[in-house]
Design a protein around this ligand. Structure first.
Ligand SMILES: [Zn+2]
Length: 387
């Protein structure tokens, strides 16, 4: 280890981690079992991958070793789980949050929300402020049944976005990548209305069951509506990009497909935050260098890319302006995911930035400033009222 990396490691370990995209963990009855822990560390829904492949990844192995260090256990999955089971839930959450030096948490709370802690409960467990992000496709699914026309639905949707912010929310999130792809096109009112009517008849036939919204004109129209509200309130819209389960079709979740949004002058003041990005890290970094309102966040890629996280951060850092790189964990299911992501973000940033210092490409001071920008300051600037 070099002097530069020792110095930076110490400084960067003190910087708080504002998690600008994450999900409250699941309520568990009883001790955590190995399969639930493993399943959290893959995007695959295939039981064989969850059971047999995860333990072969560098990220999972590192997580077990680091967690063993924190809990004073042997570095094996079973020893770590045994040590974990001796903790009270609240003490364990606080231990991980403090060790990861978590700052405010931005909760995309409509993901698995029936099974997860509420934002208030999660805030209590971690001792951190939790702000909410509104997942627009799920909101639309919840509201559609109450409206018989596109126009009344559209107005209710916009009002719900506004009130999510007035009740403490801090931004919006789209999972279009999971549903109909990122090639979002302008939609005229007649097309949106026809797509809404089709979705409504699907809903009527379902007998009150929730119906997965996957009609492209309707999702596209809702994204433009959201941009309108986001422009008015000057708040970011996050997009899930690529890396995800087999619902994501990679060719249609490339961020370059968002071009119609990037090129729309009306929304040039709306920060567009590209989340995860793997394997399109280069494309996303490139987009931040071309459009004034595009931001990149490698959460979820960190930690799933394990020993390759530093290389991916270096890839982004070479092209993206420093003030347009954000950090998150995409933590979900178990608190270990967020904890490990925060620790790995700092370790990977230390590696990348100290290499830059050693090569005389950055001063120490610039490196530490860059880490602080990425780990919290950029998000504090982008999301009003979070500092
Ligand atoms: Zn997420």
């Amino acid at each position: 280890m070099s002097f530069a990396s020792d110095r930076l490691r110490e400084e960067i370990s003190e910087i708080i981690f504002l998690d600008q995209h994450c999900h409250a963990p699941l309520r568990l009855d009883g001790p955590l079992d190995p399969l639930t822990l493993r399943a959290a560390f893959t995007e695959s829904t295939d039981p064989q991958v969850q059971e047999q492949d995860v333990t072969g990844t560098t990220g999972y192995r590192m997580m077990i070793r680091w967690l063993a260090g924190l809990l004073g256990a042997d570095p094996t999955e079973s020893a770590v789980l045994t040590a974990r089971s001796t903790y009270d839930v609240a003490d364990y959450y606080r231990l991980l949050a403090d060790d990861a030096r978590l700052g405010p948490l931005f909760n995309d709370f409509l993901f698995q929300h029936e099974l997860a802690y509420t934002s208030a409960e999660w805030s209590e467990l971690t001792g951190r402020p939790v702000r909410e992000l509104m997942r627009i496709e799920t909101l639309a699914e919840q509201l559609a049944g109450e409206h018989s026309s596109w126009e009344s639905f559209r107005q209710a949707f916009s009002q719900a976005l506004v009130s999510s912010i007035s009740t403490g929310g801090c931004g919006f999130k789209s999972i279009a990548a999971y549903r109909t792809g990122l090639q979002v096109q302008p939609v005229d009112a007649a097309t949106a209305s026809a797509a809404f009517d089709d979705y409504r008849s699907e809903l009527d036939q379902s007998g009150g069951e929730r119906v997965r919204l996957a009609r492209k004109p309707l999702i596209d129209a809702l994204i433009w509506e959201t941009l309108e509200v986001a422009a008015e309130l000057q708040l970011p819209l996050q997009f899930h990009v690529a890396l995800g389960d087999d619902d994501v079709y990679l060719p249609t979740s490339n961020p370059v497909l968002l071009r119609a949004i990037f090129r729309e002058p009306r929304y040039r003041q709306v920060p567009i935050v590209l989340l995860h990005c793997y394997p399109f890290v280069r494309e996303a970094a490139y987009l931040t260098s071309i459009y004034p309102n595009v931001y990149i966040d490698l959460g979820l890629t960190v930690p799933l890319a394990g020993s390759n996280c530093a290389a991916l951060i270096a890839e982004a850092l070479g092209v993206a302006p420093l003030h347009k790189i954000l950090a998150s964990s995409d933590g979900h299911a178990v608190p270990e995911f967020q904890w490990f992501a925060a620790r790995l973000w700092r370790a990977a940033l230390t590696e990348v930035l100290s290499t830059n210092v050693e090569r005389y490409m950055m001063t120490d001071r610039e490196a530490i400033e860059a880490a602080a920008m990425i780990l919290h300051a950029n998000s504090e600037r982008l999301y009003p009222g979070t500092k």
